[in-house]
Design a protein. Structure first.
Lengths: 101, 193
């Protein structure tokens, strides 16, 4: 029996618990859309999407642990990098118009 | 003693709360991308949509598709769209949302209904009895002989890079040509260090 299959409470295994936590994080991401939609300025939206990306890294790490697929972490790393790139690109675009790259 | 959503159950049956939350997220971001009046806001929300989609691909154990979606959808497309509005004009607006074109919504809804009506013909996700998994002549052949014939450990990789290698090569040529064309249109070397 691996760690993920260990029962913690109420018949719920560690893996299932991690999955539930991941689902809660996705719910958090949906709520983050509130700021992305209404955010009075585009800077608010960029920040919201940045938080979403960070959230996604956490979700992927949780999923990787829960499902026993360590390569999920590779994708989480790519995410973290891309998230940064996207924010930088949009910020640069806002500050100096046209200077995206 | 069975847990509600054990990993083994997930692969064969229905939809988990995680998938529901992901689908809601993707649906909201997709609709918002279409609705936003300001193009920059639409681009930002589109990036969020792409991130959500990549998580879904990863969850369904398609890491290569998930990586591509994250890199192309969230990364490169965002930068290209930003370049596009940098080279053109971005009309200033006071309104948050585009006025909705209801006839277009009706046509899209009808199309979605027609496509959705075929959904019942699909096997369940991860169903071991689905025709594509039980077919011995095609799937069975690749699973048995892929490693001996190509040396690639992953069956999907062996199909992509060996069995249909010329097709993949053609795709690579198309992507390369698109990259060259983009560089020419932008009129400068973007990728110099």
């Amino acid at each position: 029996m691996t760690f993920v299959e260990t029962t913690i409470f109420g018949g719920i295994t560690v893996g299932a618990f991690l999955l539930i936590v991941a689902a809660l994080f996705v719910t958090l991401a949906v709520m983050m859309l509130y700021r992305a939609i209404l955010g009075p300025t585009n800077q608010d939206r960029v920040l919201a999407v940045n938080v979403l990306g960070t959230n996604t890294v956490v979700i992927l790490a949780l999923l990787g642990a829960a499902l026993g697929e360590p390569w999920f972490l590779d994708i989480a790393l790519v995410y973290a990098l891309l998230n940064f790139l996207m924010s930088i690109a949009i910020s640069k675009f806002t500050v100096e118009r046209g200077g995206v790259i | 003693m069975t847990s509600i959503i054990a990993p083994t159950v997930i692969q064969s049956v229905g939809i988990t709360p995680l998938e529901v939350a992901l689908f809601v997220f993707i649906l909201i971001t997709a609709v918002l991308t279409a609705l936003f009046r300001d193009v920059l806001a639409a681009i930002v929300i589109f990036a969020a949509y792409s991130l959500g989609l990549a998580v879904v691909y990863t969850f369904y154990r398609a890491p290569d598709v998930g990586l591509t979606e994250a890199a192309i959808g969230a990364g490169v497309t965002t930068v290209f769209l930003l370049l596009t509005i940098a080279k053109t004009t971005r009309p200033p607006t006071d309104e948050l949302f585009e006025p909705i074109n209801w006839p277009a919504v009706a046509v899209c809804g009808l199309f979605a209904l027609v496509v959705g009506s075929t959904l019942t013909a699909f096997p369940a996700v991860g169903d071991p009895n689905s025709p594509i998994l039980t077919n011995p002549e095609v799937t069975g052949y690749y699973l048995e002989n892929a490693y001996d014939e190509t040396g690639a450990k992953n069956a999907v990789t062996s199909v992509l890079a060996a069995y249909r290698g010329f097709d993949t090569f053609g795709e690579a040529v198309v992507v390369f040509a698109a990259g060259i064309a983009s560089l020419l249109v932008l009129g400068r070397e973007v990728f110099t260090a």
